[in-house]
Design a protein around this ligand. Structure first.
Ligand SMILES: C[S@@+](CC[C@H](N)C(=O)[O-])C[C@H]1O[C@@H](n2cnc3c(N)ncnc32)[C@H](O)[C@@H]1O
Length: 270
């Protein structure tokens, strides 16, 4: 795939799914934002540097490029069937020195064998995985997750919410497959996990949920407090107020009044 040189090889002109380390995993236009939103979400949910993190379908380390430097040595684990993506991610984001320092662990397993690392995790993330996975893949992932989640672990994942549940047997890419929240919740319950929706920004239109062990579900931070709609409402109000203020200040009488006030102020201050 030819990559336009004018964007520094960032692949911004390439269609999603092109064989380029950014375009393969989604829109290159928002590659950086998808790094940031995953990092912000998990740190908001309490991720600390000593925690163990499993990045399911870690791709070209779009999130790993922030998590790997943040976490202590040996705390980041990634599963990704496409080895070339991991290599490109290391080459473009980290470099061998940082890999030596932080020693992330990778697996190319393609059957969601999360137990392959032989350890448990405090946090798990699956960004844009259930939006392409079949039900049997989701069930396999959740069943494996249940085995490797520490008692208080948080597993954040997003999915394409829709009215239909995808019934095909295959991974679909780059097109999306949809599920209802109720169905995803039921699949999680079958695997002994609780699925809680969270109001985290849907940068790529996918809805975020967190999976926990049942006994930990009630210890989650208050996720309903992230009222993004309210924030954008306030931002809009602020913009309208600024426009109104500019219009008032631009009125000839007001401009005259302001000039007189400045003149008086200068006279008074000598
Ligand atoms: C839309 S990309 C998202 C990548 C990454 N999570 C991110 O946010 O950049 C989906 C990723 O899932 C990977 N993938 C496909 N089948 C998989 C499987 N069975 N297990 C784990 N990852 C898989 C793809 O190779 C691709 O890197």
């Amino acid at each position: 795939m030819t990559v336009a040189a004018h964007d520094g090889g960032l692949g911004k002109d390439l269609p999603i799914g092109s064989r380029h380390y950014r375009a393969w995993v989604g829109s290159s236009e928002i590659y950086d934002i998808m790094s940031a939103t995953q990092f912000s979400l998990l740190t908001f949910l309490g991720l600390r540097e000593h925690h163990y993190l499993l990045d399911i379908g870690c791709g070209s380390l779009r999130a790993g490029r922030l998590f790997i430097p943040y976490l202590l040595r040996g705390r980041y684990f990634g599963i990704e069937p496409e080895q070339w993506l991991i290599e490109e991610g290391i080459k473009n984001h980290l470099g061998q020195d940082l890999v030596q320092l932080r020693q992330p662990t990778f697996s190319n397993d393609s059957n969601f064998t999360l137990t392959t690392f032989g350890r448990k995790f405090d946090y798990l993330i699956a960004q844009s995985i259930f939006s392409h996975a079949s039900q049997s893949q989701i069930v396999r992932c959740l069943s494996e997750a249940q085995k490797v989640m520490e008692p208080a672990a948080i597993f954040a994942a997003n999915f394409a919410e829709g009215e239909q549940n995808y019934t095909g047997k295959e991974w679909v890419y780059p097109e999306l497959v949809t599920y209802t929240l109720e169905h995803l919740t039921a699949l999680a319950e079958e695997q002994g996990l609780v699925c809680t929706p969270i109001e985290w920004p849907r940068v790529n239109k996918l809805r975020w949920v967190v999976f926990t062990h049942p006994e930990h579900a009630r210890h989650l931070p208050d996720l309903s407090a992230i009222d993004v709609t309210r924030l954008s409402y306030l931002e809009n109000e602020l913009r309208l107020c600024r426009e109104r203020l500019a219009a008032v200040e631009g009125h000839p009488y007001v401009r005259l009044g302001l000039t007189i006030r400045r003149f008086i102020h200068r006279l008074r201050s000598g």
